[in-house]
Ligand binder design. Structure first.
Ligand SMILES: Cc1ncc(C[n+]2csc(CCOP(=O)(O)OP(=O)(O)O)c2C)c(N)n1
Ligand SMILES: [Mg+2]
Length: 333
Protein backbone atom coordinates (compact mmCIF):
# COMPACT_ATOMS: atom_id res chain seq x y z
CA UNK A 1 0.00 0.00 0.00
CA UNK A 2 1.24 3.52 -0.78
CA UNK A 3 2.09 5.46 2.36
CA UNK A 4 -0.22 8.09 3.82
CA UNK A 5 0.59 11.62 2.61
CA UNK A 6 2.53 14.02 4.83
CA UNK A 7 0.70 15.57 7.74
CA UNK A 8 -1.68 18.21 6.54
CA UNK A 9 -0.77 20.61 9.35
CA UNK A 10 2.93 20.49 8.51
CA UNK A 11 2.25 21.01 4.83
CA UNK A 12 -0.05 23.91 5.60
CA UNK A 13 2.65 25.66 7.63
CA UNK A 14 5.27 25.08 4.95
CA UNK A 15 3.20 26.32 2.00
CA UNK A 16 0.77 29.08 2.94
CA UNK A 17 -2.12 29.07 0.50
CA UNK A 18 -2.95 32.18 -1.55
CA UNK A 19 -5.40 34.60 0.09
CA UNK A 20 -7.76 34.41 -2.90
CA UNK A 21 -8.11 30.68 -2.47
CA UNK A 22 -8.70 30.97 1.29
CA UNK A 23 -11.31 33.69 0.78
CA UNK A 24 -12.93 31.65 -1.98
CA UNK A 25 -13.34 28.69 0.38
CA UNK A 26 -15.03 30.98 2.88
CA UNK A 27 -17.45 32.47 0.36
CA UNK A 28 -18.34 29.03 -0.97
CA UNK A 29 -19.08 27.75 2.52
CA UNK A 30 -21.21 30.81 3.28
CA UNK A 31 -23.13 30.48 0.00
CA UNK A 32 -23.90 26.85 0.78
CA UNK A 33 -24.83 27.68 4.38
CA UNK A 34 -27.18 30.52 3.51
CA UNK A 35 -28.73 28.70 0.55
CA UNK A 36 -29.46 25.69 2.75
CA UNK A 37 -30.79 27.73 5.68
CA UNK A 38 -33.17 29.56 3.35
CA UNK A 39 -34.25 26.39 1.55
CA UNK A 40 -35.08 24.79 4.90
CA UNK A 41 -37.19 27.81 5.94
CA UNK A 42 -39.06 27.79 2.64
CA UNK A 43 -39.64 24.06 2.85
CA UNK A 44 -40.96 24.20 6.41
CA UNK A 45 -43.42 26.94 5.46
CA UNK A 46 -44.51 24.68 2.59
CA UNK A 47 -43.49 27.13 -0.10
CA UNK A 48 -40.91 24.72 -1.54
CA UNK A 49 -42.27 21.45 -2.94
CA UNK A 50 -40.63 18.05 -2.78
CA UNK A 51 -38.23 16.62 -0.26
CA UNK A 52 -35.04 18.11 1.19
CA UNK A 53 -31.83 16.51 2.44
CA UNK A 54 -29.89 19.35 3.99
CA UNK A 55 -26.14 19.79 3.63
CA UNK A 56 -25.97 22.05 6.73
CA UNK A 57 -22.84 21.25 8.73
CA UNK A 58 -20.98 19.63 5.83
CA UNK A 59 -20.04 22.81 3.91
CA UNK A 60 -16.27 22.52 4.34
CA UNK A 61 -16.20 19.16 2.60
CA UNK A 62 -17.67 20.25 -0.74
CA UNK A 63 -15.85 23.60 -0.62
CA UNK A 64 -12.45 21.99 -0.02
CA UNK A 65 -12.86 19.28 -2.65
CA UNK A 66 -14.25 21.46 -5.44
CA UNK A 67 -11.65 24.20 -4.90
CA UNK A 68 -9.04 21.65 -5.95
CA UNK A 69 -10.86 20.83 -9.21
CA UNK A 70 -10.78 22.51 -12.61
CA UNK A 71 -13.97 23.81 -14.17
CA UNK A 72 -13.90 20.97 -16.72
CA UNK A 73 -13.28 18.25 -14.12
CA UNK A 74 -16.35 16.15 -13.45
CA UNK A 75 -18.31 15.47 -10.29
CA UNK A 76 -21.19 13.18 -9.47
CA UNK A 77 -23.35 13.97 -6.48
CA UNK A 78 -25.99 12.51 -4.21
CA UNK A 79 -29.43 13.10 -2.74
CA UNK A 80 -27.63 15.55 -0.36
CA UNK A 81 -26.03 17.42 -3.23
CA UNK A 82 -26.74 21.17 -3.05
CA UNK A 83 -23.34 21.86 -1.48
CA UNK A 84 -21.45 19.89 -4.12
CA UNK A 85 -22.96 21.70 -7.07
CA UNK A 86 -22.75 25.15 -5.48
CA UNK A 87 -19.07 24.51 -4.76
CA UNK A 88 -18.58 23.34 -8.37
CA UNK A 89 -19.83 26.70 -9.57
CA UNK A 90 -23.60 26.72 -10.00
CA UNK A 91 -25.56 29.95 -9.67
CA UNK A 92 -27.89 30.16 -6.69
CA UNK A 93 -30.79 31.65 -8.67
CA UNK A 94 -31.06 28.77 -11.15
CA UNK A 95 -30.51 26.31 -8.27
CA UNK A 96 -33.36 27.83 -6.27
CA UNK A 97 -35.56 27.86 -9.38
CA UNK A 98 -34.88 24.14 -9.79
CA UNK A 99 -35.97 23.52 -6.20
CA UNK A 100 -39.15 25.49 -6.92
CA UNK A 101 -39.78 23.38 -10.04
CA UNK A 102 -39.56 26.40 -12.36
CA UNK A 103 -38.54 26.43 -16.03
CA UNK A 104 -35.54 28.67 -15.28
CA UNK A 105 -33.99 25.97 -13.09
CA UNK A 106 -30.90 24.04 -14.17
CA UNK A 107 -33.06 21.11 -15.32
CA UNK A 108 -36.10 23.21 -16.33
CA UNK A 109 -37.70 22.37 -13.00
CA UNK A 110 -37.99 18.69 -13.87
CA UNK A 111 -35.20 17.47 -11.61
CA UNK A 112 -35.72 19.25 -8.32
CA UNK A 113 -33.45 19.05 -5.29
CA UNK A 114 -32.15 15.53 -5.92
CA UNK A 115 -31.43 15.70 -9.66
CA UNK A 116 -29.44 18.78 -10.50
CA UNK A 117 -27.01 18.52 -13.42
CA UNK A 118 -25.07 20.98 -15.57
CA UNK A 119 -22.60 19.47 -18.01
CA UNK A 120 -21.09 22.90 -18.76
CA UNK A 121 -19.71 22.86 -15.21
CA UNK A 122 -18.75 19.19 -15.24
CA UNK A 123 -21.71 18.28 -13.06
CA UNK A 124 -22.90 14.91 -14.28
CA UNK A 125 -25.81 14.86 -11.92
CA UNK A 126 -27.00 14.42 -8.40
CA UNK A 127 -28.58 11.07 -7.81
CA UNK A 128 -31.41 9.75 -5.65
CA UNK A 129 -30.09 6.20 -5.94
CA UNK A 130 -27.64 5.69 -3.07
CA UNK A 131 -24.27 4.86 -4.64
CA UNK A 132 -25.71 5.45 -8.11
CA UNK A 133 -23.29 8.22 -9.03
CA UNK A 134 -20.19 6.13 -8.35
CA UNK A 135 -20.21 3.86 -11.43
CA UNK A 136 -21.21 6.84 -13.57
CA UNK A 137 -18.10 8.63 -12.33
CA UNK A 138 -15.93 5.64 -13.20
CA UNK A 139 -17.35 5.76 -16.74
CA UNK A 140 -16.52 9.47 -16.96
CA UNK A 141 -13.00 8.79 -15.69
CA UNK A 142 -12.55 6.09 -18.33
CA UNK A 143 -13.71 8.56 -20.96
CA UNK A 144 -11.25 11.21 -19.72
CA UNK A 145 -8.43 8.68 -19.84
CA UNK A 146 -9.31 7.47 -23.34
CA UNK A 147 -9.58 11.04 -24.63
CA UNK A 148 -6.36 12.01 -22.80
CA UNK A 149 -8.21 15.14 -21.70
CA UNK A 150 -6.39 15.50 -18.39
CA UNK A 151 -9.73 15.74 -16.58
CA UNK A 152 -10.28 14.10 -13.22
CA UNK A 153 -13.53 13.00 -11.64
CA UNK A 154 -14.63 13.38 -8.04
CA UNK A 155 -17.56 11.24 -6.97
CA UNK A 156 -19.27 12.25 -3.73
CA UNK A 157 -21.10 9.64 -1.68
CA UNK A 158 -21.96 8.88 1.93
CA UNK A 159 -20.83 6.43 4.58
CA UNK A 160 -23.92 4.36 3.87
CA UNK A 161 -23.17 4.28 0.14
CA UNK A 162 -19.68 2.97 0.87
CA UNK A 163 -21.31 -0.34 1.81
CA UNK A 164 -23.18 -0.58 -1.48
CA UNK A 165 -21.96 -3.10 -4.03
CA UNK A 166 -21.81 -0.30 -6.58
CA UNK A 167 -18.96 1.38 -4.67
CA UNK A 168 -16.90 -1.80 -4.38
CA UNK A 169 -17.26 -2.83 -8.01
CA UNK A 170 -16.54 0.69 -9.20
CA UNK A 171 -13.50 1.06 -6.94
CA UNK A 172 -12.02 -2.21 -8.13
CA UNK A 173 -12.50 -1.40 -11.80
CA UNK A 174 -11.13 2.13 -11.39
CA UNK A 175 -8.06 0.68 -9.75
CA UNK A 176 -7.48 -2.02 -12.37
CA UNK A 177 -7.76 0.60 -15.13
CA UNK A 178 -5.75 3.24 -13.18
CA UNK A 179 -8.46 5.82 -13.73
CA UNK A 180 -8.24 9.52 -12.76
CA UNK A 181 -10.89 9.43 -10.05
CA UNK A 182 -11.35 10.56 -6.46
CA UNK A 183 -13.81 8.60 -4.34
CA UNK A 184 -14.99 11.21 -1.84
CA UNK A 185 -16.87 9.61 1.03
CA UNK A 186 -18.56 12.20 3.22
CA UNK A 187 -18.88 10.35 6.46
CA UNK A 188 -21.61 12.26 8.27
CA UNK A 189 -21.92 9.34 10.72
CA UNK A 190 -25.34 8.07 9.70
CA UNK A 191 -27.17 6.43 6.82
CA UNK A 192 -30.75 7.45 7.59
CA UNK A 193 -30.94 6.28 11.24
CA UNK A 194 -28.12 3.69 11.07
CA UNK A 195 -24.87 4.76 12.71
CA UNK A 196 -21.84 3.89 10.58
CA UNK A 197 -20.52 1.67 13.38
CA UNK A 198 -23.57 -0.55 12.90
CA UNK A 199 -23.10 -1.08 9.17
CA UNK A 200 -19.34 -1.68 8.98
CA UNK A 201 -16.82 -3.29 11.33
CA UNK A 202 -13.91 -0.97 10.59
CA UNK A 203 -13.41 2.48 12.14
CA UNK A 204 -12.83 4.36 8.89
CA UNK A 205 -14.24 4.12 5.38
CA UNK A 206 -10.76 5.24 4.27
CA UNK A 207 -9.46 1.74 5.07
CA UNK A 208 -11.50 0.42 2.18
CA UNK A 209 -9.02 1.88 -0.32
CA UNK A 210 -6.54 -0.81 0.72
CA UNK A 211 -8.86 -3.55 -0.57
CA UNK A 212 -8.47 -2.12 -4.04
CA UNK A 213 -4.82 -1.09 -3.93
CA UNK A 214 -5.11 2.69 -3.76
CA UNK A 215 -4.60 5.18 -0.93
CA UNK A 216 -7.42 5.83 1.49
CA UNK A 217 -7.07 9.05 3.45
CA UNK A 218 -9.26 10.35 6.24
CA UNK A 219 -9.48 14.05 6.83
CA UNK A 220 -11.33 16.44 9.12
CA UNK A 221 -14.29 17.22 6.89
CA UNK A 222 -15.06 20.38 8.86
CA UNK A 223 -11.70 21.92 7.92
CA UNK A 224 -11.85 23.26 4.34
CA UNK A 225 -8.09 23.79 4.14
CA UNK A 226 -7.29 20.24 5.19
CA UNK A 227 -9.84 18.91 2.70
CA UNK A 228 -8.42 21.12 -0.03
CA UNK A 229 -4.83 19.98 0.60
CA UNK A 230 -5.67 16.30 0.66
CA UNK A 231 -7.78 16.67 -2.48
CA UNK A 232 -5.08 18.62 -4.30
CA UNK A 233 -2.62 15.79 -3.69
CA UNK A 234 -5.10 13.25 -4.98
CA UNK A 235 -5.92 15.36 -8.04
CA UNK A 236 -2.25 15.75 -8.85
CA UNK A 237 -1.71 12.01 -8.56
CA UNK A 238 -4.74 11.26 -10.73
CA UNK A 239 -3.74 13.73 -13.45
CA UNK A 240 -0.24 12.29 -13.49
CA UNK A 241 -1.65 8.82 -14.20
CA UNK A 242 -1.35 7.57 -10.59
CA UNK A 243 -4.95 6.33 -10.40
CA UNK A 244 -7.68 6.62 -7.78
CA UNK A 245 -7.68 7.89 -4.20
CA UNK A 246 -10.35 7.41 -1.57
CA UNK A 247 -10.85 10.47 0.61
CA UNK A 248 -13.05 10.18 3.70
CA UNK A 249 -14.20 13.53 5.05
CA UNK A 250 -15.38 13.16 8.63
CA UNK A 251 -18.33 15.45 9.23
CA UNK A 252 -21.94 15.56 10.46
CA UNK A 253 -25.38 16.32 9.06
CA UNK A 254 -26.93 18.76 11.48
CA UNK A 255 -30.58 18.20 10.57
CA UNK A 256 -30.64 14.44 10.41
CA UNK A 257 -31.57 12.53 7.30
CA UNK A 258 -34.23 14.80 5.81
CA UNK A 259 -35.64 18.17 6.80
CA UNK A 260 -38.26 17.32 9.41
CA UNK A 261 -36.50 14.17 10.66
CA UNK A 262 -37.07 14.14 14.45
CA UNK A 263 -33.70 12.36 14.74
CA UNK A 264 -34.58 10.47 17.93
CA UNK A 265 -31.78 8.01 17.14
CA UNK A 266 -29.08 10.63 17.74
CA UNK A 267 -27.94 11.49 21.27
CA UNK A 268 -28.53 15.19 21.99
CA UNK A 269 -24.94 15.59 23.24
CA UNK A 270 -23.63 14.21 19.96
CA UNK A 271 -25.57 16.76 17.91
CA UNK A 272 -24.52 19.57 20.27
CA UNK A 273 -20.88 18.50 20.09
CA UNK A 274 -20.84 18.63 16.30
CA UNK A 275 -22.68 21.96 16.21
CA UNK A 276 -20.01 23.35 18.52
CA UNK A 277 -17.55 22.21 15.85
CA UNK A 278 -19.38 24.37 13.27
CA UNK A 279 -17.00 24.62 10.30
CA UNK A 280 -17.86 28.25 9.52
CA UNK A 281 -16.97 30.20 12.69
CA UNK A 282 -14.02 27.87 13.11
CA UNK A 283 -12.71 28.77 9.65
CA UNK A 284 -13.49 32.46 10.18
CA UNK A 285 -11.31 32.41 13.31
CA UNK A 286 -8.57 30.76 11.26
CA UNK A 287 -8.78 33.51 8.62
CA UNK A 288 -8.77 36.31 11.20
CA UNK A 289 -5.88 34.83 13.20
CA UNK A 290 -3.77 34.61 10.04
CA UNK A 291 -4.69 38.10 8.93
CA UNK A 292 -6.33 36.84 5.72
CA UNK A 293 -9.65 38.55 6.45
CA UNK A 294 -10.88 40.97 9.10
CA UNK A 295 -14.25 40.99 10.89
CA UNK A 296 -15.52 43.82 8.68
CA UNK A 297 -14.67 42.02 5.45
CA UNK A 298 -16.29 38.83 6.71
CA UNK A 299 -19.41 40.77 7.63
CA UNK A 300 -19.46 42.34 4.17
CA UNK A 301 -19.27 38.91 2.50
CA UNK A 302 -22.12 37.72 4.72
CA UNK A 303 -24.21 40.66 3.52
CA UNK A 304 -23.41 39.93 -0.13
CA UNK A 305 -24.25 36.27 0.20
CA UNK A 306 -27.46 37.06 2.05
CA UNK A 307 -28.51 39.39 -0.77
CA UNK A 308 -27.54 36.81 -3.40
CA UNK A 309 -29.77 34.19 -1.76
CA UNK A 310 -32.71 36.59 -1.40
CA UNK A 311 -32.36 37.52 -5.08
CA UNK A 312 -32.32 33.79 -5.90
CA UNK A 313 -35.60 33.30 -4.02
CA UNK A 314 -37.19 36.23 -5.84
CA UNK A 315 -35.92 34.89 -9.18
CA UNK A 316 -37.43 31.48 -8.43
CA UNK A 317 -40.75 32.89 -7.22
CA UNK A 318 -41.18 35.03 -10.31
CA UNK A 319 -40.19 32.31 -12.79
CA UNK A 320 -42.86 30.34 -14.68
CA UNK A 321 -43.85 26.77 -13.92
CA UNK A 322 -43.48 24.31 -16.82
CA UNK A 323 -46.52 23.78 -19.05
CA UNK A 324 -48.18 20.34 -18.91
CA UNK A 325 -46.96 19.59 -22.46
CA UNK A 326 -43.34 20.23 -21.36
CA UNK A 327 -43.55 16.90 -19.53
CA UNK A 328 -43.33 15.21 -22.94
CA UNK A 329 -39.99 16.82 -23.81
CA UNK A 330 -36.37 16.02 -22.87
CA UNK A 331 -36.86 12.26 -22.88
CA UNK A 332 -33.97 10.07 -23.86
CA UNK A 333 -35.14 7.23 -26.04
C1 LIG B 1 -30.18 2.09 -3.69
C2 LIG B 1 -30.89 2.83 -2.62
N1 LIG B 1 -31.14 2.20 -1.43
C3 LIG B 1 -31.78 2.86 -0.46
C4 LIG B 1 -32.21 4.15 -0.64
C5 LIG B 1 -32.92 4.92 0.49
N2 LIG B 1 -31.95 5.85 1.08
C6 LIG B 1 -31.91 7.14 0.70
S1 LIG B 1 -30.66 7.97 1.45
C7 LIG B 1 -30.18 6.60 2.30
C8 LIG B 1 -29.02 6.65 3.25
C9 LIG B 1 -27.77 7.10 2.62
O1 LIG B 1 -26.78 7.27 3.61
P1 LIG B 1 -25.39 7.87 3.24
O2 LIG B 1 -24.86 7.21 2.04
O3 LIG B 1 -24.57 7.83 4.46
O4 LIG B 1 -25.73 9.38 2.84
P2 LIG B 1 -26.29 10.58 3.75
O5 LIG B 1 -27.79 10.56 3.63
O6 LIG B 1 -25.85 10.36 5.14
O7 LIG B 1 -25.73 11.81 3.17
C10 LIG B 1 -30.98 5.51 2.00
C11 LIG B 1 -30.83 4.17 2.57
C12 LIG B 1 -31.96 4.75 -1.89
N3 LIG B 1 -32.33 6.01 -2.15
N4 LIG B 1 -31.28 4.08 -2.85
MG1 LIG C 1 -24.20 9.32 5.86
Amino acid sequence: MPEAPPLVAAERAAHPLPADLLKGLHRTMLRIRRFEERAVELFLTQELPGFLHSYLGQEASAAGVCAALRRDDYITSTHRGHGHVIAKGLQLDRMMAELYGRTTGYCKGKGGSMHIADFSRGILGANGIVGGGIPIAVGAALSAKMRRSGQVVATFFGDGASSQGAFHEAANLASCWTLPILFVCENNQYAVSTHCGAQMRIPDVALRGASYGFPGIKVDGNDPVAVYLVTSDAVERARAGGGPTLIETKTYKWLGHYVGDPGAYRPKEEVAGWKANDPLPRYERYLIERGVMGEAEIEAVRGEVHAEVEAAVEFARSSPLPRPEDALEDFYA
